[in-house]
Each structure stands twice: as structure tokens, then as C-alpha cells.
Design a protein around this ligand. Structure first.
Ligand code: UT7
Length: 308
């Protein structure tokens, strides 16, 4: 039996810091509205998916003490590939000097959590190490004249290096879900901007987090009290609070970065995970709930044992 463990991590942010007050200069909005309704105070904009993803991956390789030639596969979760063809994963693969495969994965904001499960499966086929990246440049599909979406999103990337281990490894359980009948709730046409029915997405998000996280905990044979940390997709502080309340998870156990980075879609879970690690919020043996939801709709929950 082959499993996986996390051996490296890194992040990168868009180069320009944009505060709520900056946005209020050109939009009919306010710091008060954005903070109260979303928890967002600022976000970073800029870079490209390839440049952000490469920086985050390079930092993750440094932590692991590896170079690109040690990696069998670049797996990039993104909704905002720099080009339609080729994948942005191949641009990152070339920049890192990886000689193995490269693949973009689009499961919207659930992409990184989906990627954990895909990577776990790929490692079981005999690969030794995978770089899994969540990277987004949402500013390319954001209409900055639409206050209902312009205040929400940011650019950034987070990455982990995953290594095959003998035995079951540290991904204890996972639950993946999707419902394409809800695709009208959140979408962007080619060349168009993100459109969202915010209230409906909010309601569905809380529901799927609670259901998939509960199922993932049952599959792993654990309860909420066994969790050291929850790393949810960072779309809205109120979604995180509502999910914690319904799951019976102490809010203090939820990693929150939406205030600093806004919603960075597939990059939000790895950005929050990397901050949790660097802020010392994880100790060896801790159990972590990763939970994502987004356009599709898609959702994914996974239980990870922190064992670097
Ligand atoms: O990552 C992918 C998943 N995405 C999400 O999970 C997002 C889920 N949805 C949300 O987070 C929330 O629905 C939003 C933050 C998008 C919106 O918050 P809301 O509490 O659902 O507000 P709303 O859309 O119902 O709008 C309330 C009011 C409206 O005015 P009226 O109709 O009550 O007069 C909006 O026009 O707030 C107005 N509004 C704003 N006002 C100031 C909408 N956007 C803004 C804004 N500034 N930026």
C-alpha cells in the first residue's frame, strides 16, 4: 500500500496590495460593507498564474530540500490558466526543471482539495514526488466596475510537495462532490467576467461543507474534538463561521486568511495551510480538515494528518 505525506510548502502573492478603501475610491462600496459582509480587509493583485505558481512551488521545493529534477509531476489547480492551450502546469514544469508530467486541474475553489486526492492516487501508481499547486489570477476575470464581485477576489498561489510513503500515509479520508445543475450560480464565459448569485452560493456552500466534512470525519473514524485545525476555502468569514457552528467546531480552530488575501479560489486552501504551518499552528500528529467548495458547484473535504 502506498500513501503520501507533505514534505514541503510555499506561497506567493500578487505584487500589489489593494485595500477596501482603495476599491471604494472607484466603486460605490465601503470598507464597512466589505468587512461586515465578507471579513475581507485587503487582497493582493498581479503576477500571472505561472509566475505565482512557480514562486510558491520553488519555495516548497526549498523547504523539502529538493530541486525540480526530484519531482515526477506538476499538478496545478487553477481556474484562471494563463492561456487556453497549453496548460499553465507545463510553464511551471519548465521553470522548475521538472522532467515528469504536468497537468492543470479545474475544480474551481475546490481544486486544491481535489488535487490532494488526485495526487494521492498518482503516487499509488509508482510516482515518488508530486508538486501540487493552487494558483490563481482572478483579477483577469474580475469586472472591477461590478461592486458585487470586484471586492471579493485576489491573486496568489500556495504549493506543497507530496512524497509517496509505504503504508496508508497521511491522507486519512476524502469526500469529493459536484453538481453541474448548479453551474449557473457561478461562472465565467471565455473572455468574460465572473458572474455569481452570491446568496445561493453562500447557502449551498455552508450545506456542502457541513455534509462533506462530516462524511470525511466518519470515514477517518474521528470526531470534531480530534481535529486540531480546519483549513476551509476562504470565500467569506460568515461562511466559515456558519460551517463551524453547524459542525460543532470551535471557531478558534478555523484558519482564517480571507481578511488578508480575499478569495483566491484554488489558491486559498494552500495559502491558509502554509500560513498555519509558518505561524506554528500545526504540531506533528495533528489532524487537519481541508474543506473546499466553489463553482460547478464542486466540493471536497479531506482529513490530513500533519506529519512533515
Ligand atoms: O469562492 C467561490 C464561492 N463564492 C462564495 O462562496 C461567495 C458566497 N456569497 C457571499 O459571500 C455573499 O453572498 C456576498 C459577499 C457575495 C454578498 O453578501 P450578501 O450578504 O449575500 O449581500 P447581497 O448580495 O444580498 O447584497 C446586499 C446588499 C444589496 O443591496 P440592496 O439590494 O439590499 O439594496 C447589494 O446591492 O448589498 C449591496 N452590495 C454592496 N454594497 C456595498 C453588494 N455588493 C456591495 C458592495 N458594497 N461591494
Amino acid at each position: 500500500m502506498t500513501g503520501m505525506r507533505v514534505i514541503g510548502w510555499g506561497k506567493a502573492l500578487g505584487e500589489k496590495l489593494v485595500t477596501n478603501d482603495d476599491l471604494a475610491q472607484t466603486l460605490d462600496t465601503s470598507d464597512d460593507w466589505i468587512t461586515e459582509r465578507t471579513g475581507i480587509r485587503q487582497r493582493y493583485i498581479g503576477g500571472s498564474v505561472a509566475s505565482l505558481g512557480t514562486q510558491a512551488a520553488q519555495r516548497a521545493l526549498e523547504v523539502a530540500g529538493l530541486t525540480g529534477s526530484d519531482i515526477d509531476m506538476v499538478l496545478l489547480a487553477t481556474t484562471t490558466s494563463d492561456q487556453i492551450v497549453p496548460s499553465t502546469a507545463v510553464v511551471i514544469q519548465a521553470a522548475l526543471g521538472v522532467t515528469g508530467g504536468a497537468l492543470d486541474l479545474n475544480a474551481a475553489c475546490s481544486g486544491f482539495a481535489y488535487g490532494m486526492v488526485v495526487a494521492n492516487g498518482l503516487l499509488a501508481t509508482g510516482m515518488k514526488r508530486i508538486v501540487l499547486i493552487g494558483a490563481e489570477q482572478l483579477s483577469t476575470i474580475t469586472d472591477f466596475s461590478d461592486r458585487s464581485t470586484a471586492v471579493l477576489f485576489g491573486d496568489g498561489a500556495g504549493a506543497v510537495v507530496l512524497e509517496a510513503t509505504d503504508g496508508p500515509g497521511d491522507l486519512l479520508s476524502s469526500v469529493l462532490g459536484s453538481d453541474g445543475d448548479l453551474k449557473h450560480l457561478l461562472y465565467a464565459e471565455h473572455g468574460g467576467y465572473l458572474q455569481m448569485v452570491g446568496k445561493e452560493v453562500f447557502r449551498k456552500a455552508v450545506q456542502v461543507i457541513v455534509e462533506s466534512a462530516s462524511e470525511a470525519m466518519v470515514k477517518a473514524g474521528i470526531g470534531v474534538d480530534d481535529l486540531a485545525l480546519m483549513v476551509p476555502h476562504q470565500a467569506n468569514l460568515r461562511i466559515i463561521q456558519a460551517a463551524c457552528q453547524r459542525l460543532g467546531i470551535d471557531e478558534a480552530k478555523a484558519m482564517v486568511t480571507v481578511d488578508k488575501y480575499g478569495n483566491t479560489s484554488a489558491a486559498s486552501i494552500p495559502l491558509a495551510l502554509v500560513d498555519a504551518i509558518t505561524e506554528g499552528r500545526l504540531q506533528a500528529g495533528d489532524l487537519v480538515l481541508l474543506t473546499g467548495f466553489g463553482a460547478g458547484m464542486t466540493w471536497a473535504s479531506a482529513i490530513l494528518r500533519w506529519n512533515p
